[in-house]
Ligand binder design. Structure first.
Ligand SMILES: C[S@@+](CC[C@H](N)C(=O)[O-])C[C@H]1O[C@@H](n2cnc3c(N)ncnc32)[C@H](O)[C@@H]1O
Length: 229
């Protein structure tokens, strides 16, 4: 999946890639081993960074993968014009200040450098009622302040001085994400009726249910964009 997502950025051996919001290091490890690039993963979750450190060593890519603590809504710990590619997978949806993040991306990218991102988004042109009914509950369940849509991302990328190369949906054939969520929801329902009823379980079921409702109704989607400095 990672290889498919990052394709438009054309990552090459020798590139310095920043994985913004790197989770437990899966993307950084894959990029370093499959593309031969250097990767610096940044995250504000120290526990995830500790897990990532161990995974990087186990994967034998410690020479090419570094991990740093940083808040992507503050300043990114890289000098101006030094980074070839920023990868940002399912992370910016959790940020409170995406303008600031994109401004930082513009600052650290080399001229011609690219950001490739896959993010949770609302569909364009939702009414306030549709947003409140379908998107706001998803945000509440999944620790997000708000969701962008393609139109708002377009203006924020342009305001940051980044040239948009394209947007694409990612819920379709390649990933079949909606089917995965559908299966999750079906399995959770079966488990619920077999006697699972603990509060964390119900919480998870509600979160998946909200996502499923928004997605199935066409109010939510996962989209990728690529933009160039
Ligand atoms: C849903 S996870 C995705 C992780 C990873 N990109 C992946 O695809 O597996 C979101 C990640 O973004 C990180 N994150 C959220 N807000 C952040 C911020 N302001 N600065 C840095 N990282 C952040 C979280 O800690 C988490 O690792």
């Amino acid at each position: 999946m990672i290889d498919v997502v990052v394709k438009p950025a054309v990552i090459e051996e020798g590139h310095h890639v920043v994985d913004a919001g790197c989770g437990v290091g899966g993307t950084a490890i894959r990029l370093a081993s499959a593309h031969g690039c250097r990767v610096t993963g940044v995250n504000l979750n120290r526990l995830q960074l500790e897990i990532a450190e161990k995974k990087v060593v186990d994967a034998g890519v410690a020479g090419r993968v570094k991990l740093k603590y940083a808040d992507c809504c503050q300043s990114l710990p890289f000098a101006d014009n030094t980074i070839d590619v920023v990868v940002n997978i399912e992370s910016a949806c959790h940020y409170s200040d995406r303008e600031r993040f994109l401004g930082e991306v513009q600052r650290i990218l080399k001229p011609g450098g690219k950001i490739v991102a896959m993010d949770w988004m609302a569909r364009d042109h939702l009414s306030t009622e549709q947003y409140d009914q379908f998107i706001r509950p998803v945000c509440e369940s999944w620790a997000m302040v708000s969701l962008e849509c393609q139109a708002t991302y377009t203006s924020k990328l342009q305001a940051a001085g980044l040239e948009i190369m394209g947007f694409e949906g990612f819920g379709g054939k390649e990933m079949d994400n909606l089917k995965i969520i559908e299966n999750d929801y079906r399995n959770l329902t079966l488990m619920y009726f077999s006697g699972f009823g603990t509060p964390p379980f119900l919480n998870l079921m509600e979160s998946i249910g909200r996502l499923y409702a928004a997605w199935r109704g066409g109010y939510f989607e996962i989209r990728r964009y690529c933009a160039k400095k």
